[in-house]
Design a protein around this ligand. Structure first.
Ligand code: SAM
Length: 254
């Protein structure tokens, strides 16, 4: 249950500095910025000063589970902040522990400082976590299929949720989806294709794609082989359905 979850009133209210401590903005720097922008009251200034970071999260892994994809992406995008969002408390704690351990092990190179995780129900208040057009990539990897018709409303892809993904994703940004359930694949494809803010990316594989996936877009490759579910499906020799959707530059409305 998510009754105990709390949500920030806005992205500026999030304690980002505790998630990405090496990116924390020093109080004075923030105060100088705030002095230039006098609209904040004193209280808000101090609050923002201790919570802010020098760059925004750009990659979100929604329903990140145990974080296999997060830890694969972190070294591939060392200058980009990556956030996993997961509803289960114990799983979120596991990811936090792993982040802590990896940061210690890689302290000499500042490795894994760019990856973190929060406990959240992403079906609620996603725009409270991210500003408009903040993200460049959203991953929806092996979402719970909710097979029964009456459970379809619990799926994390719907017209309404896609509008939220469109809001937080910048034009040109990409939603990456993967599932082993063909019915869910068709569902996700259908909902993104009919949404005016998205278009299917037909060519998600780069030149030189081979049987083993060599040359595949590195994000697609990571979500196929580095997610816990991807590994499980691999062991069971199951199929994986991938579909990617680009946030189009100009939606077809005025
Ligand atoms: N993405 C991971 C992977 O590919 O290995 C985990 C996939 S697992 C089947 C689905 C995950 O989504 C679970 O860890 C579940 O707790 C999480 N989840 C389901 N609904 C969620 C929601 N509304 N908000 C955040 N996480 C959610």
């Amino acid at each position: 249950s998510d009754h105990s979850l709390t949500y920030p009133n806005s992205p500026a209210d999030m304690d980002w500095a505790s998630l990405y401590p090496t990116y924390a903005v020093k109080k004075q720097e923030q105060e100088m910025e705030d002095a230039q922008n006098e609209s904040h009251d004193a209280n808000e200034k101090t609050q923002r000063a201790v919570k802010a970071i020098s760059k925004n999260v750009e990659i979100a892994d929604i329903g990140c589970g145990f974080g296999g994809l997060l830890f694969a992406l972190a070294p591939k995008f060392p200058d980009t902040l990556i956030l996993g969002m997961e509803i289960r408390t114990s799983v979120t704690e596991y990811v936090h522990e792993k982040v802590r351990a990896l940061r210690v092990q890689n302290a000499s190179t500042n490795g894994y400082q760019n990856v973190s995780c929060i406990r959240a129900n992403t079906m609620k208040f996603l725009p409270n976590f991210f500003q408009k057009h903040q993200l460049s990539k959203i991953f929806l990897c092996f979402p719970d299929p909710h097979f029964k018709q009456r459970k379809h409303k619990a799926r994390i892809v719907s017209y309404t949720l896609n509008s939220e993904y469109a809001y937080v994703l910048r034009p040109g940004g990409v939603v990456y989806t993967i599932t082993d359930v063909q019915d869910l694949h068709e569902w996700m494809k259908g909902h993104f294709e009919k949404h005016p803010s998205f278009e299917r990316v037909e060519k998600v594989f780069e030149e030189g794609e081979g049987e083993d996936g060599a040359g595949m877009d590195e994000c697609v490759r990571a979500m196929r082989v580095e997610t816990e579910e991807g590994k499980k499906v691999e062991r069971n020799q199951g199929l994986k359905f991938v579909a990617c959707f680009r946030r189009i530059e100009v939606p077809p409305w005025p």
